[in-house]
Design a protein around this ligand. Structure first.
Ligand code: COS
Length: 400
């Protein structure tokens, strides 16, 4: 087992860390007071080559791995989870297209967006007011009309919604078939695509989420990704691959909370010594450090599996819930270690606590992640032979 990074990965990681130190960390607090899309920083990230990394070379992208993306997500997440979300959201929006679209479709609809001077954005439109965790409950409709589809419906919580030029829209082509009737479309911004309510959030104020409304939007047949009815499967395969990205942002937040708390624990003196010398503090730091290390390994392992198209649902769920819980716990511990300074907004860690909370919720709540992982564990146990044979309820083989 080799934990070292390749030269290319190491260079990308260093570049993203340097970028974060120069352009994200020093500005994130001031920027979040504006509560708007951090256009200037995102433009710089685009120019630095930190966006759209997994678009295949044949479609004009750099064709990098999902693992490479986690280095950028972790590094930028260290500076600000909101800015990292703004920068990395194209990964989620374009992943269903990389999974299900042909190279010709990618060339026509995605390539123009990733090769211009200015960054362009995609919006991942799955969630609706009444379809969150129950992703199959989507009410948005796509009806075939000759060579076109007509799309109607309202999506919500769409990251980079107002900035997006292309929407990846999950809509039902046959509602009576439930999840088997769901399809996915590329919808360029056009007449009939409207931005609705801009969501007001507790944290991650350097990212923007909005409603996106589709009113009689007509798209040609080649905007269908994959076949009709493949939308749910493509959504699940997408989330399997992208959840390591959220886990990576969370790892960055967890690391930042640890670093700020450790720095404070060395400087702050009480009772004649640095507070880090008290076991009550140093034990907390040790637990925080172990959480960061475990989150990082789970994240990279999930990305590694996804890059090889190996089964990854369980491991990407582990990574997502563990790393985002670690971010929340570390941020909460950092606030506690820093006491009054932890709670004040002039200092770095209260923002981490607000930002971390969303990591436990978006891209599939941590309860959904546990549902996926728990289900996979039970399924795996069907043919499990522990070597100790005993009957429970008159059976020695479990059923699922
Ligand atoms: N890859 C491929 N196919 C998958 C899959 C995966 N990871 N997970 C499920 N499927 C398939 C199943 O095999 C099943 O196929 P068949 O109908 O052919 O048997 C089908 O999808 C339905 O699976 P299941 O019954 O498990 O679906 P549920 O409706 O119970 O939903 C959860 C499962 C809860 C896991 C899913 O709805 C989900 O992930 N919800 C969260 C959505 C989310 O993350 N939203 C955030 C949006 S981004 S901000």
């Amino acid at each position: 087992m080799d934990f070292s990074l390749t030269k290319e990965e190491q260079e990308l990681y260093e570049k993203a860390k340097t970028f974060t130190k120069e352009h994200i960390t020093p500005k994130a607090h001031e920027l979040e007071k504006k509560d708007e899309f951090p256009a200037d920083v995102v433009q710089k990230a685009y120019e630095a080559g930190l966006m759209n990394l997994h678009i295949p070379k044949e479609a004009g992208g750099p064709g990098m791995s999902l693992l490479a993306e986690t280095f950028v997500s972790e590094a930028t997440g260290y500076g600000c989870a909101g800015i990292a979300t703004s920068i990395m959201c194209n990964n989620l929006a374009f992943a269903p297209l990389v999974i299900g679209a042909t190279i010709d479709q990618l060339k026509k609809y995605v390539q123009p967006l990733i090769t211009e001077k200015e960054p362009k954005f995609g919006g991942f439109c799955l969630t609706e007011r009444k379809a969150g965790s129950d992703a199959a409950g989507v009410a948005t409709r796509a009806e075939r009309d000759g060579d076109e589809y007509i799309i109607n419906g309202t999506k919500c919580f769409i990251t980079n919604g107002p900035q997006s030029s292309l929407f990846t829209v999950f809509a039902s082509t046959q509602p009576e078939l439930k999840h088997k009737g769901l399809s996915v479309f590329m919808v360029p911004k056009q007449k009939g695509v409207k931005i609705g309510h801009i969501e007001n959030k507790m944290g991650q104020l350097n990212s923007v989420q909005s409603e996106v409304i589709f009113e009689d939007v007509r798209v040609p047949q080649d905007c269908l990704v994959g076949k009709e009815g493949e939308g749910f499967k493509i959504a699940m395969m997408t989330l399997d691959k992208t959840r390591a990205g959220i886990a990576a942002i969370a790892t960055g937040v967890a690391q930042r909370a640890l670093d700020e708390a450790a720095r404070f624990a060395n400087i702050r003196h009480q009772f004649g010594k640095p507070i880090g010398r008290f076991q009550g503090i140093s034990f907390k730091l040790a637990d925080m450090g172990a959480r960061v290390a475990a989150a990082r390994l789970l994240t990279r392992y999930a990305a590694w599996l996804a890059d090889r198209d190996l089964p990854v649902s369980k491991d990407s769920s582990y990574a997502k819930f563990f790393a985002s819980d670690a971010a929340m716990e570390n941020a909460t511990d950092a606030v506690q270690i820093m006491g009054g300074y932890g709670y004040l907004s002039e200092y770095p860690v209260e923002k981490l606590m607000r930002d971390a909370k969303l990591l436990q919720i978006y891209e599939g709540t941590n309860e959904v992640q546990r549902l996926v992982a728990g289900g996979a564990i039970l399924k795996d146990s069907i043919n499990l032979d522990t070597g100790f044979h005993v009957e429970y309820d008159g059976k020695d083989a479990p059923t699922f």
